[in-house]
Design a protein around this ligand. Structure first.
Ligand code: ZN
Length: 459
């Protein structure tokens, strides 16, 4: 067993002092003792310890197009015009590009405090829409990138079958995404054979959205996956855009969240990404389902999607987590602050997501994002507790935003103050130090490969 002693550490129930952590060879915590004495020969952490945060929604390749669509292309620029540009970009992506972009992105995630990622992966085929000789070619690029960098991965290959409710046939630019349910289930089995699951790798499935998959195929993929792994996570884009809400109502007579909850056995295996447009009744039903709401505040703001019903949903104890989605920003604190500020701006009040029982808003957001992110990941990454993976961040106690702060002021300094460099000094995954003094061992190679990939993609 390896051990570390921390003067201060945030455990699931709050801050504790003199915490002795021990973890086994698999990187799983087997000892979490507050109020301990530092044993001889055991190192002391350089600063306060925070549990790492899971990133529950990522499309890795989109990192390379972040900031490329920030100009007016048409008078009513929206998600849909952004998507056209994204499709053109996706068309050029090779396996080598995806690997390079993912390595760069996953290092950025670690430095930002994300110790795991759920990859909602929908480019499966060659640019002409034909399957690669190895159908798992692009999935394996993501697995290799995560392993190279050290971040935990839940890989969610996406089922994408049609251009919209109706059904509408796929567009030519969607050819790389299109997969039959049978193909998807074969891929699931193949991946588990070639790259078996372990503590840092898990598989699930992502029916893209109700607009991209019919009810019949949604049933088929869910039951097919259940036969392979009855606990595997299922993620879906649910109600990001008003247009998909009205299209869903026109076809099914119900809004997307309501339809899904009435027609699928939605439970803790499920993650509903962008549950942005919900009625109060949908908020209530989703919160009691056990499913996780996937909130991607910076992407939702960037795309002009709308504002999540955070105050009502959290008041009903709904599970939730955060994702960086399109990667316009890769930052735990940006996502948490963006969520809180969206509620403040809408409701014209402060500390919108705090309550009498959770007065410290930053601490509540951090802890709940970990609990929900762990559930959505289908992995044991729910913080500094026995049986969970040894994933943590070490903060710089002398950073101007943290110096002199008491326990209950630390997270507010991290989440709400934005001055200079990040106070995150070290990042540890499964007991392995991956970022030290802001550097990752693969920094130089990753940056070089990323620049080359970007040059080719932007030519
Ligand atoms: Zn997405």
């Amino acid at each position: 067993m390896k051990q570390l002693f921390a003067e201060r550490a945030l455990l699931p129930e709050g801050w504790h002092h003199h915490v002795l952590l021990g973890w086994d060879d698999a990187g799983i915590l087997v000892q979490v003792h507050p109020d301990a004495t530092q044993p001889a020969g055991v190192a002391k952490a350089d600063g306060p310890l925070l549990p790492g945060v899971p990133n529950l929604h990522s499309h890795a390749f989109q990192r390379a197009m972040a900031g490329l669509t920030e100009y007016l292309a048409q008078p009513t620029d929206s998600f849909w015009s952004w998507r056209e540009l994204m499709y053109r970009f996706a068309q050029r992506l090779s396996p080598e590009h995806l690997y390079a972009v993912a390595c760069q992105l996953y290092i950025e995630m670690l430095k930002a405090g994300y110790t795991s990622v759920c990859e909602f992966h929908y480019i499966h085929h060659a640019p002409d829409g034909q399957a690669y000789a190895n159908p798992a070619e692009l999935s394996e690029c993501l697995i290799a990138a995560a392993a190279e960098v050290g971040i935990g991965l839940t890989l969610l290959p996406v089922l994408y079958q049609q251009a919209g409710f109706g059904p509408r046939p796929p567009l030519p630019e969607q050819a790389r995404f299109i997969a039959s349910t049978d193909w998807m289930l074969v891929l699931q089995t193949r991946l588990r054979g070639s790259h078996p699951e372990h503590a840092r790798l898990r598989y699930g499935v992502a029916p893209h959205s109700l607009r991209a998959v019919t009810p019949v195929e949604l049933d088929r993929v869910r039951t097919g996956l259940h036969a392979i792994d009855s606990h595997a996570p299922i993620h879906i884009h649910i109600a990001e855009q008003i247009q998909e809400v009205t299209d869903c109502e026109a076809l099914h007579g119900q809004r997307p969240v309501a339809w899904l909850l009435d027609n699928q056995p939605v439970d803790a295996r499920w993650c509903l990404v962008h549950a942005t447009h919900m009625t109060p009744a949908e908020v209530q039903s989703l919160a009691t389902s056990g499913a996780v709401a996937g909130i991607c505040a910076t992407t939702e703001a960037n795309l002009g999607d709308g504002i999540f019903a955070g105050v009502d949903y959290l008041a009903r104890n709904g599970a939730w987590g955060i994702g960086s989605d399109s990667h316009i920003s890769v930052s735990v604190v940006d996502e948490l602050r963006g969520l809180e500020y969206s509620q403040r701006l809408r409701d014209q009040r402060r500390n919108a997501l705090a309550t009498a029982t959770h007065p410290n808003v930053a601490e509540r957001l951090w802890q709940e994002a970990i609990a929900g992110g762990s559930r959505a990941s289908g992995r044991s990454i729910a913080g500094l507790a026995l049986g969970q993976q040894a994933d943590w961040l070490v903060l710089d106690p002398e950073h101007p935003n943290l110096a002199g702060r008491k326990d209950d002021q630390l997270l507010a300094g991290l989440v709400f103050c934005q001055h200079g460099n990040t106070p995150i000094k070290q990042v540890v995954v499964a007991g392995e130090t991956l970022v030290k003094d802001g550097h990752h061992a693969r920094d130089a190679k990753s940056a070089r490969d990323y620049r080359l990939a970007l040059k080719a993609l932007l030519e």
